[in-house]
Each structure stands twice: as C-alpha cells, then as structure tokens.
Design a protein around this ligand. Structure first.
Ligand code: CDP
Length: 205
C-alpha cells in the first residue's frame, strides 16, 4: 500500500512526537526531513558550500549526534532558503514518501511542495511561547546552557525565516487539518492525529 502522511508546522510544535507516534501506530516508515536540512547546515558550519553539501548528503551525515543543537537549527534554516539546496533534497523525500507500506514525513513544505498529493496532511502548530518552553525543556534536559529568552528569540527568528522565504515557505496546505497543540498533552495531540489518519485509511472508504 502507498499512503503518505505529510506533517508540517513551525519549530517545536510537536511534529516530531506526533510523527513518531503516528508512524509507530500504523506501522509506517518515518522521515524527519528537518534532519536533512540540519545535516546540510552542519556541513556548512564545517566550512563546506551549502549546495555541494546537499548534493553529496550521505546516510552517515544524518546520524551525527550534534544535529539537534540550537546552533545547527539556525544553520539549517539559513541553508533552507537556498533554492538549489531544496531542489537537491526533493527526490530523496519523494521516493521515501511513495515507498510501499506507508510513510510519514514531517517538515515545513511536505504537504505544499514535496507531497501535494499526500493522502493526509496535518499542520501542527502552537503559540511561540508554548513552543519555546517545550524546546527550552528539551535543550536544558540535554545539558544545553540556554535561557528561556534565548530559545524564544531563536524560535521566532527561525519562524520568520521559514515563513517569509520565497521558495517553499512554511504555510498550511489548503487541504491540511490544523492541530493546535498549545493546550493539548502529548497523548491528546497524538490521539487527535491518529483519529484524523484513521478516518482516511482506504478501509474507511
Ligand atoms: O525540530 P525543529 O522543528 O526545531 O526543526 P527541524 O524540523 O529539524 O528543521 C530545522 C530547519 O530546517 C527549519 O527551521 C527549516 O528552516 C528547515 N526545514 C525546511 O526548510 N524544510 C523542511 N521540510 C524541514 C526543515
């Protein structure tokens, strides 16, 4: 069966948690497309040109253990505005999306650009303050020396860059289901997402 679930939304809205939970629930493969941009951003921090890094991305680049830092997130959102970088990553994402057995992809432009024909599209969002608090707890929990103010500023800066860029800006697809997680627990957000997907599976008609 081919079945694509596109999950988009701004930083720290809960996409990652929902995507992992949905893919585990339905037994689908999961691709965190943010990791592709983080891996390219990481290589630019090491001195490489962004487009060359995107064209030469290797599986081991995605396995580096330093991709989740705020520093790399900023580098990722900077390379993500470059059309050639985005173009270099399209085929890999589309092939993943159409693999047999179902796929969940989370990112910024999955429902709008990468998989406009996805069977289900979710746009997961929350207020900047709620998202910054979640990201702060995540980073602080990993021993990162960051302040709440710094994380909120970082989230807002990346939101602006992601939403205002010319190519593939962060915007809900017209046919996306909105999931606002500002006042939802992880379990409730996941349950809402699973219910939406369940209603779209082929056996439901
Ligand atoms: O986890 P978080 O939401 O903070 O970030 P991420 O999903 O790992 O994405 C990092 C950055 O990559 C984002 O700020 C975007 O600029 C970029 N990105 C993108 O442009 N398109 C995607 N499909 C995924 C990420």
């Amino acid at each position: 069966m081919r079945f694509t679930i596109a999950i988009d939304g701004p930083a720290a809205a809960g996409k990652g948690t929902i995507s992992k939970g949905v893919s585990a629930h339905f037994g689908f493969a999961h691709l965190d497309t943010g990791l592709l941009y983080r891996a390219v951003g990481r290589r630019t921090l090491d001195g490489e040109a962004a487009e060359a890094a995107a064209l030469d991305l290797k599986p081991e680049d995605l396995e580096r253990d330093d991709l989740r830092t705020a520093h790399v997130a900023q580098a990722a959102s900077k390379v993500a505005v470059i059309p050639e970088v985005r173009a270099a990553l399209v085929d890999f994402q589309r092939n993943f999306a159409r693999r047999d057995g179902g796929a969940v992809l989370d990112g910024r432009d999955i429902g709008t650009v990468i998989c406009p024909e996805a069977e289900v599209k979710l746009y997961v969002t929350a207020t900047p303050e709620v998202r910054a608090e979640r990201r702060y707890l995540e980073l602080a929990g990993k021993g990162s020396d960051v302040s709440r103010e710094q994380v909120l500023a970082d989230v807002k800066e990346r939101d602006a860059r992601d939403m205002e860029r010319a190519q593939a800006p962060l915007i809900p697809a017209k046919d996306a289901n909105l999931v606002d997680t500002s006042e939802l627990s992880i379990d409730d957000a996941l349950a809402a997402a699973i219910a939406i997907v369940q209603s779209r599976l082929p056996q439901n008609g």
